[in-house]
Design a protein around this ligand. Structure first.
Ligand code: ADP
Length: 353
Protein backbone atom coordinates (compact mmCIF):
# COMPACT_ATOMS: atom_id res chain seq x y z
CA UNK A 1 0.00 0.00 0.00
CA UNK A 2 1.18 3.50 -0.67
CA UNK A 3 0.24 7.10 -1.29
CA UNK A 4 0.48 8.59 -4.79
CA UNK A 5 1.55 12.08 -5.79
CA UNK A 6 1.40 13.86 -9.14
CA UNK A 7 3.56 16.97 -9.11
CA UNK A 8 3.14 19.39 -12.04
CA UNK A 9 2.49 16.52 -14.46
CA UNK A 10 1.50 17.48 -17.98
CA UNK A 11 1.16 15.41 -21.11
CA UNK A 12 1.26 16.75 -24.63
CA UNK A 13 0.87 14.02 -27.25
CA UNK A 14 2.85 14.02 -30.51
CA UNK A 15 -0.17 15.51 -32.32
CA UNK A 16 0.18 18.48 -29.88
CA UNK A 17 -2.99 17.59 -27.98
CA UNK A 18 -2.67 18.85 -24.41
CA UNK A 19 -4.16 15.88 -22.52
CA UNK A 20 -3.04 16.90 -19.02
CA UNK A 21 -2.26 20.43 -17.89
CA UNK A 22 0.11 20.75 -14.90
CA UNK A 23 -1.65 18.17 -12.82
CA UNK A 24 -1.05 18.31 -9.03
CA UNK A 25 -2.75 15.66 -6.96
CA UNK A 26 -2.14 13.70 -3.76
CA UNK A 27 -3.86 10.39 -3.11
CA UNK A 28 -3.61 9.12 0.46
CA UNK A 29 -2.55 5.63 1.39
CA UNK A 30 -5.66 3.41 1.26
CA UNK A 31 -7.84 6.00 -0.43
CA UNK A 32 -10.36 5.22 -3.17
CA UNK A 33 -9.99 8.14 -5.56
CA UNK A 34 -12.20 8.49 -8.62
CA UNK A 35 -11.31 10.52 -11.72
CA UNK A 36 -14.44 11.55 -13.57
CA UNK A 37 -15.18 13.73 -16.57
CA UNK A 38 -16.48 13.62 -20.13
CA UNK A 39 -14.80 11.59 -22.85
CA UNK A 40 -11.45 13.06 -23.89
CA UNK A 41 -10.84 15.01 -20.65
CA UNK A 42 -7.60 13.14 -19.84
CA UNK A 43 -8.72 10.40 -17.42
CA UNK A 44 -7.00 7.48 -19.18
CA UNK A 45 -3.91 9.57 -19.80
CA UNK A 46 -3.64 10.21 -16.05
CA UNK A 47 -3.70 6.48 -15.31
CA UNK A 48 -1.39 5.59 -18.19
CA UNK A 49 1.19 8.15 -17.09
CA UNK A 50 1.09 6.79 -13.54
CA UNK A 51 1.34 3.19 -14.77
CA UNK A 52 4.34 4.09 -16.92
CA UNK A 53 2.59 3.40 -20.23
CA UNK A 54 3.03 7.06 -21.28
CA UNK A 55 5.92 9.37 -20.54
CA UNK A 56 4.85 12.69 -18.97
CA UNK A 57 5.96 15.83 -20.84
CA UNK A 58 6.72 17.62 -17.55
CA UNK A 59 6.47 16.85 -13.85
CA UNK A 60 7.21 14.03 -11.44
CA UNK A 61 5.30 11.06 -10.05
CA UNK A 62 5.70 9.49 -6.63
CA UNK A 63 4.40 6.23 -5.19
CA UNK A 64 5.02 6.33 -1.45
CA UNK A 65 8.40 8.05 -1.22
CA UNK A 66 9.70 6.51 -4.47
CA UNK A 67 10.07 8.85 -7.44
CA UNK A 68 8.77 6.54 -10.20
CA UNK A 69 8.82 9.08 -13.06
CA UNK A 70 11.59 7.29 -14.91
CA UNK A 71 10.84 3.75 -13.76
CA UNK A 72 9.64 1.00 -16.09
CA UNK A 73 5.97 -0.03 -15.67
CA UNK A 74 6.91 -3.37 -14.05
CA UNK A 75 9.08 -1.62 -11.45
CA UNK A 76 6.28 0.61 -10.20
CA UNK A 77 4.34 -2.02 -8.24
CA UNK A 78 1.01 -1.06 -9.79
CA UNK A 79 -1.76 -3.29 -11.14
CA UNK A 80 -4.16 -1.97 -13.77
CA UNK A 81 -7.62 -3.34 -14.63
CA UNK A 82 -9.04 -2.40 -18.02
CA UNK A 83 -12.51 -2.17 -19.48
CA UNK A 84 -11.87 -4.98 -21.99
CA UNK A 85 -10.56 -7.40 -19.29
CA UNK A 86 -7.50 -8.27 -21.46
CA UNK A 87 -7.63 -11.97 -20.43
CA UNK A 88 -5.61 -14.60 -22.30
CA UNK A 89 -8.34 -16.56 -24.15
CA UNK A 90 -6.47 -19.88 -24.35
CA UNK A 91 -5.57 -19.96 -20.63
CA UNK A 92 -7.75 -21.18 -17.76
CA UNK A 93 -8.92 -18.78 -15.09
CA UNK A 94 -6.24 -20.13 -12.75
CA UNK A 95 -3.49 -19.66 -15.34
CA UNK A 96 -4.71 -16.16 -16.20
CA UNK A 97 -4.47 -15.22 -12.55
CA UNK A 98 -1.16 -17.00 -12.00
CA UNK A 99 0.52 -15.64 -15.12
CA UNK A 100 2.18 -12.53 -13.72
CA UNK A 101 3.36 -14.40 -10.61
CA UNK A 102 4.97 -17.11 -12.76
CA UNK A 103 6.69 -14.39 -14.78
CA UNK A 104 8.20 -13.20 -11.51
CA UNK A 105 9.31 -16.75 -10.74
CA UNK A 106 7.29 -16.93 -7.56
CA UNK A 107 7.40 -20.35 -5.96
CA UNK A 108 4.45 -22.50 -7.07
CA UNK A 109 2.98 -23.13 -3.60
CA UNK A 110 2.94 -19.35 -3.05
CA UNK A 111 1.30 -18.82 -6.45
CA UNK A 112 -1.31 -21.36 -5.54
CA UNK A 113 -1.99 -19.66 -2.24
CA UNK A 114 -2.21 -16.14 -3.70
CA UNK A 115 -4.48 -17.21 -6.56
CA UNK A 116 -6.85 -19.26 -4.41
CA UNK A 117 -7.03 -16.49 -1.81
CA UNK A 118 -7.97 -13.92 -4.49
CA UNK A 119 -10.46 -16.36 -6.05
CA UNK A 120 -12.09 -16.81 -2.65
CA UNK A 121 -12.40 -13.03 -2.12
CA UNK A 122 -13.99 -12.64 -5.57
CA UNK A 123 -16.22 -15.72 -5.39
CA UNK A 124 -14.75 -17.34 -8.51
CA UNK A 125 -13.16 -20.45 -6.93
CA UNK A 126 -15.59 -22.83 -8.73
CA UNK A 127 -14.49 -21.60 -12.17
CA UNK A 128 -10.73 -21.97 -11.94
CA UNK A 129 -10.47 -24.54 -14.76
CA UNK A 130 -12.71 -22.67 -17.21
CA UNK A 131 -11.54 -20.61 -20.16
CA UNK A 132 -12.61 -16.94 -20.34
CA UNK A 133 -15.14 -17.68 -23.13
CA UNK A 134 -16.97 -20.04 -20.74
CA UNK A 135 -17.62 -17.19 -18.29
CA UNK A 136 -20.23 -14.42 -18.10
CA UNK A 137 -19.16 -10.79 -18.42
CA UNK A 138 -19.28 -10.28 -14.65
CA UNK A 139 -17.19 -13.42 -14.01
CA UNK A 140 -14.61 -12.30 -16.58
CA UNK A 141 -14.37 -8.93 -14.89
CA UNK A 142 -13.79 -10.71 -11.56
CA UNK A 143 -10.95 -12.71 -13.13
CA UNK A 144 -9.42 -9.46 -14.40
CA UNK A 145 -9.69 -8.10 -10.84
CA UNK A 146 -8.21 -11.33 -9.50
CA UNK A 147 -5.22 -10.97 -11.77
CA UNK A 148 -4.55 -7.59 -10.17
CA UNK A 149 -5.19 -8.74 -6.59
CA UNK A 150 -2.79 -11.72 -6.66
CA UNK A 151 0.13 -9.36 -7.10
CA UNK A 152 -0.60 -7.45 -3.87
CA UNK A 153 0.33 -4.20 -5.62
CA UNK A 154 0.91 -0.88 -3.85
CA UNK A 155 -1.71 0.78 -6.03
CA UNK A 156 -4.65 -0.46 -8.10
CA UNK A 157 -5.63 1.46 -11.23
CA UNK A 158 -9.03 0.90 -12.82
CA UNK A 159 -9.84 2.23 -16.30
CA UNK A 160 -13.64 2.12 -16.73
CA UNK A 161 -13.67 -1.53 -15.62
CA UNK A 162 -17.46 -1.87 -15.53
CA UNK A 163 -18.49 -0.16 -18.75
CA UNK A 164 -18.87 -3.42 -20.71
CA UNK A 165 -21.39 -4.82 -18.23
CA UNK A 166 -25.17 -4.42 -18.36
CA UNK A 167 -26.78 -1.89 -16.00
CA UNK A 168 -27.80 -4.37 -13.28
CA UNK A 169 -24.45 -6.14 -13.16
CA UNK A 170 -22.68 -2.81 -13.13
CA UNK A 171 -24.49 -1.82 -9.95
CA UNK A 172 -23.69 -5.20 -8.37
CA UNK A 173 -20.00 -5.03 -9.33
CA UNK A 174 -19.83 -1.45 -8.07
CA UNK A 175 -21.01 -2.71 -4.72
CA UNK A 176 -18.48 -5.57 -4.79
CA UNK A 177 -15.65 -3.19 -5.64
CA UNK A 178 -16.53 -1.08 -2.60
CA UNK A 179 -16.42 -4.17 -0.41
CA UNK A 180 -13.14 -5.24 -2.01
CA UNK A 181 -11.63 -1.88 -1.18
CA UNK A 182 -12.77 -2.21 2.43
CA UNK A 183 -11.31 -5.73 2.61
CA UNK A 184 -7.96 -4.95 1.02
CA UNK A 185 -7.57 -1.37 2.29
CA UNK A 186 -5.42 -0.64 -0.78
CA UNK A 187 -4.94 2.64 -2.59
CA UNK A 188 -7.24 2.60 -5.62
CA UNK A 189 -7.53 5.09 -8.47
CA UNK A 190 -10.58 4.59 -10.62
CA UNK A 191 -11.52 6.24 -13.90
CA UNK A 192 -15.10 6.57 -15.11
CA UNK A 193 -17.27 8.92 -17.15
CA UNK A 194 -20.28 7.83 -15.07
CA UNK A 195 -20.99 10.30 -12.31
CA UNK A 196 -23.19 7.82 -10.38
CA UNK A 197 -20.27 5.37 -10.26
CA UNK A 198 -17.98 8.19 -9.12
CA UNK A 199 -20.37 9.29 -6.36
CA UNK A 200 -20.93 5.80 -4.97
CA UNK A 201 -17.33 4.55 -5.08
CA UNK A 202 -15.11 7.51 -4.34
CA UNK A 203 -13.76 8.61 -0.96
CA UNK A 204 -12.84 11.65 -3.03
CA UNK A 205 -13.59 12.56 -6.61
CA UNK A 206 -11.49 14.56 -9.07
CA UNK A 207 -13.58 16.23 -11.78
CA UNK A 208 -11.59 16.78 -14.97
CA UNK A 209 -12.32 18.88 -18.05
CA UNK A 210 -9.92 19.36 -20.97
CA UNK A 211 -6.98 18.01 -18.95
CA UNK A 212 -7.62 20.44 -16.11
CA UNK A 213 -8.74 19.61 -12.57
CA UNK A 214 -12.01 21.45 -11.92
CA UNK A 215 -12.48 20.32 -8.31
CA UNK A 216 -11.25 17.61 -5.94
CA UNK A 217 -13.61 16.85 -3.08
CA UNK A 218 -15.75 14.30 -1.29
CA UNK A 219 -18.90 13.25 -3.19
CA UNK A 220 -21.21 15.28 -0.96
CA UNK A 221 -19.08 18.42 -1.09
CA UNK A 222 -19.05 18.22 -4.89
CA UNK A 223 -22.80 17.82 -4.94
CA UNK A 224 -23.66 20.54 -2.43
CA UNK A 225 -20.78 22.97 -3.03
CA UNK A 226 -19.63 22.71 -6.64
CA UNK A 227 -16.89 25.25 -7.35
CA UNK A 228 -18.20 26.06 -10.81
CA UNK A 229 -21.05 25.50 -13.24
CA UNK A 230 -19.24 22.66 -15.03
CA UNK A 231 -18.98 20.57 -11.85
CA UNK A 232 -22.53 21.57 -10.88
CA UNK A 233 -23.86 20.33 -14.22
CA UNK A 234 -21.72 17.20 -14.41
CA UNK A 235 -22.49 15.76 -10.96
CA UNK A 236 -26.13 14.77 -10.37
CA UNK A 237 -28.78 13.04 -12.46
CA UNK A 238 -30.97 14.52 -13.82
CA UNK A 239 -28.48 17.36 -13.84
CA UNK A 240 -28.86 20.73 -12.20
CA UNK A 241 -31.27 23.11 -13.96
CA UNK A 242 -29.67 26.30 -15.22
CA UNK A 243 -31.08 29.67 -16.25
CA UNK A 244 -29.28 32.76 -17.55
CA UNK A 245 -30.63 35.58 -15.40
CA UNK A 246 -30.10 39.26 -14.84
CA UNK A 247 -29.81 40.52 -11.28
CA UNK A 248 -31.48 43.88 -10.73
CA UNK A 249 -31.80 45.27 -7.21
CA UNK A 250 -32.20 41.93 -5.42
CA UNK A 251 -34.31 40.18 -8.05
CA UNK A 252 -33.21 37.75 -10.73
CA UNK A 253 -35.09 38.20 -13.98
CA UNK A 254 -35.28 35.56 -16.67
CA UNK A 255 -37.79 34.91 -19.44
CA UNK A 256 -40.45 37.17 -17.89
CA UNK A 257 -40.19 35.55 -14.43
CA UNK A 258 -38.74 37.05 -11.26
CA UNK A 259 -36.82 35.07 -8.66
CA UNK A 260 -35.97 36.47 -5.23
CA UNK A 261 -32.17 36.69 -4.89
CA UNK A 262 -32.04 37.66 -1.20
CA UNK A 263 -30.53 34.27 -0.15
CA UNK A 264 -27.40 35.32 -2.04
CA UNK A 265 -26.87 38.44 0.08
CA UNK A 266 -25.52 41.65 -1.38
CA UNK A 267 -23.95 41.01 -4.76
CA UNK A 268 -23.56 43.43 -7.67
CA UNK A 269 -26.22 43.72 -10.37
CA UNK A 270 -25.34 41.97 -13.64
CA UNK A 271 -25.58 38.72 -15.60
CA UNK A 272 -25.51 35.42 -13.68
CA UNK A 273 -26.21 31.76 -14.21
CA UNK A 274 -28.84 30.53 -11.76
CA UNK A 275 -28.81 26.82 -10.87
CA UNK A 276 -31.17 24.60 -8.93
CA UNK A 277 -31.30 20.81 -8.55
CA UNK A 278 -34.43 18.86 -9.57
CA UNK A 279 -35.14 17.83 -5.94
CA UNK A 280 -35.12 21.45 -4.76
CA UNK A 281 -38.24 22.31 -6.77
CA UNK A 282 -41.69 21.37 -5.43
CA UNK A 283 -45.16 21.58 -6.94
CA UNK A 284 -47.23 24.43 -5.45
CA UNK A 285 -50.69 25.31 -6.70
CA UNK A 286 -51.17 29.03 -7.34
CA UNK A 287 -47.47 29.88 -7.37
CA UNK A 288 -46.54 32.67 -9.82
CA UNK A 289 -43.80 30.38 -11.19
CA UNK A 290 -44.95 27.80 -13.72
CA UNK A 291 -43.75 25.87 -16.73
CA UNK A 292 -45.33 23.83 -19.53
CA UNK A 293 -44.85 20.09 -18.94
CA UNK A 294 -42.99 18.39 -21.81
CA UNK A 295 -42.22 14.87 -20.54
CA UNK A 296 -43.13 12.85 -17.45
CA UNK A 297 -40.89 9.94 -16.47
CA UNK A 298 -42.63 7.52 -14.13
CA UNK A 299 -39.99 5.54 -12.26
CA UNK A 300 -42.17 3.88 -9.61
CA UNK A 301 -40.52 5.42 -6.58
CA UNK A 302 -40.54 8.93 -8.06
CA UNK A 303 -41.66 10.93 -11.07
CA UNK A 304 -39.35 13.20 -13.01
CA UNK A 305 -41.28 16.01 -14.65
CA UNK A 306 -39.54 17.94 -17.43
CA UNK A 307 -41.08 21.32 -18.13
CA UNK A 308 -40.20 24.36 -20.22
CA UNK A 309 -39.52 27.30 -17.93
CA UNK A 310 -38.15 30.69 -19.00
CA UNK A 311 -36.93 29.23 -22.29
CA UNK A 312 -35.04 26.31 -20.67
CA UNK A 313 -35.97 22.73 -19.87
CA UNK A 314 -36.22 22.19 -16.11
CA UNK A 315 -36.32 18.77 -14.45
CA UNK A 316 -38.32 18.38 -11.26
CA UNK A 317 -37.97 15.34 -8.98
CA UNK A 318 -41.41 14.60 -7.54
CA UNK A 319 -42.95 11.91 -5.38
CA UNK A 320 -44.76 9.07 -7.18
CA UNK A 321 -48.16 10.58 -6.36
CA UNK A 322 -47.54 13.86 -8.22
CA UNK A 323 -49.39 13.49 -11.50
CA UNK A 324 -48.98 15.62 -14.59
CA UNK A 325 -49.16 15.26 -18.36
CA UNK A 326 -47.44 16.92 -21.32
CA UNK A 327 -49.03 20.26 -22.18
CA UNK A 328 -50.24 20.98 -18.62
CA UNK A 329 -49.10 23.95 -16.59
CA UNK A 330 -46.93 22.98 -13.64
CA UNK A 331 -46.88 25.54 -10.81
CA UNK A 332 -43.94 25.27 -8.47
CA UNK A 333 -41.79 26.88 -5.85
CA UNK A 334 -38.05 26.63 -5.45
CA UNK A 335 -36.03 26.12 -2.28
CA UNK A 336 -33.86 29.15 -2.97
CA UNK A 337 -31.58 28.46 -0.01
CA UNK A 338 -30.51 25.34 -1.92
CA UNK A 339 -30.04 27.15 -5.24
CA UNK A 340 -26.75 28.39 -6.71
CA UNK A 341 -25.51 31.43 -8.61
CA UNK A 342 -22.51 31.41 -10.90
CA UNK A 343 -20.75 34.52 -12.18
CA UNK A 344 -19.90 35.21 -15.82
CA UNK A 345 -16.79 33.01 -15.51
CA UNK A 346 -18.92 30.15 -14.20
CA UNK A 347 -17.55 30.43 -10.64
CA UNK A 348 -20.05 29.79 -7.86
CA UNK A 349 -20.92 32.71 -5.59
CA UNK A 350 -20.68 31.73 -1.91
CA UNK A 351 -23.88 32.47 -0.02
CA UNK A 352 -23.66 34.46 3.19
CA UNK A 353 -25.21 31.71 5.35
P1 ADP B 1 -10.44 10.16 -21.47
O1 ADP B 1 -9.86 8.92 -20.86
O2 ADP B 1 -10.91 11.15 -20.46
O3 ADP B 1 -11.50 9.86 -22.49
P2 ADP B 1 -7.85 10.46 -22.77
O4 ADP B 1 -6.87 10.57 -21.66
O5 ADP B 1 -7.98 9.13 -23.44
O6 ADP B 1 -9.28 10.95 -22.25
O7 ADP B 1 -7.50 11.54 -23.88
C1 ADP B 1 -7.25 12.90 -23.59
C2 ADP B 1 -6.96 13.64 -24.91
O8 ADP B 1 -5.75 13.15 -25.46
C3 ADP B 1 -8.03 13.43 -25.96
O9 ADP B 1 -8.13 14.64 -26.69
C4 ADP B 1 -7.46 12.33 -26.83
O10 ADP B 1 -7.92 12.43 -28.15
C5 ADP B 1 -5.97 12.60 -26.75
N1 ADP B 1 -5.16 11.36 -26.85
C6 ADP B 1 -5.25 10.26 -26.07
N2 ADP B 1 -4.33 9.33 -26.41
C7 ADP B 1 -3.62 9.86 -27.44
C8 ADP B 1 -2.51 9.40 -28.22
N3 ADP B 1 -1.95 8.20 -28.01
N4 ADP B 1 -2.05 10.22 -29.20
C9 ADP B 1 -2.60 11.42 -29.39
N5 ADP B 1 -3.63 11.94 -28.70
C10 ADP B 1 -4.15 11.17 -27.72
Amino acid sequence: MASVRFSGVSKIYDNSVLALARFDLEVSDGEFLVLVGPSGCGKSTTLRVLAGLEVPTTGELFIGDRNVTRMKPQERDIAMVFQNYALYPHMSVFDNMAFSLRMRRMESSMINRNVMEAAEILGISPYMDRKPRELSGGQRQRVALGRAIVRHPSVFLFDEPLSNLDAKLRVQMRNELSQLHTKLGSTMIYVTHDQAEAMTLGDRIVVLKDGDIQQTDTPLELYDHPDNSFVAGFIGSPSMNFLEAELKRGTLEAGGFSIDASPFGRIPDGEYLFGIRPEDIQPEAGSPLYGAVEVVETLGNENIIYMRFAGRQFAVRCGPKVQSSPGERFHFRMDLHRSHLFNEDGIRIEKDD
